[in-house]
Design a protein around this ligand. Structure first.
Ligand SMILES: Nc1ncnc2c1ncn2[C@@H]1O[C@H](COP(=O)(O)OP(=O)(O)OP(=O)(O)O)[C@@H](O)[C@H]1O
Ligand SMILES: [Mg+2]
Length: 91
């Protein structure tokens, strides 16, 4: 089992000007001892991907897909710093 397994992650922000679809269908997995570098142009969703994993996005954010951390599903849980699961220290 991977340490972190992200599948088909989508992140959408409702705004006054409409929905911002910041992350589209992102999938990756990281094992113990692995390091993953993420490269992309400004605004492509690198920070938002990591904030979703760490539970640091606004409560109104719509997050779909799956984020398994040590086998636990984080999607659907409230966006709060993941101190108890330790995920906040992984990214
Ligand atoms: N709270 C928010 N509400 C609405 N849109 C947002 C919010 N946070 C981020 N975005 C938008 O999501 C998109 C992805 O932003 P993100 O910060 O993840 O990009 P990035 O790849 O980290 O860019 P950079 O290389 O400049 O750090 C951008 O269009 C950004 O404006
Ligand atoms: Mg960034």
């Amino acid at each position: 089992m991977a340490l972190l397994d992200v599948k088909n992650l989508n992140v959408r922000f409702p705004t006054e000007d409409g929905v911002v679809h910041a992350v589209r269908d992102v999938s990756f997995s990281i094992d113990h001892g692995e390091v993953l570098g993420v490269v992309g142009e400004s605004g492509s969703g690198k920070s938002v991907t990591n904030m979703a994993i760490m539970g640091l996005l606004p409560k109104t954010t719509r997050i779909d897909g799956s984020i398994l951390y040590k086998g636990d599903e984080l999607v659907g849980r409230s966006q709060q710093p993941r101190r108890s699961s330790g995920a906040a220290r992984s990214a």
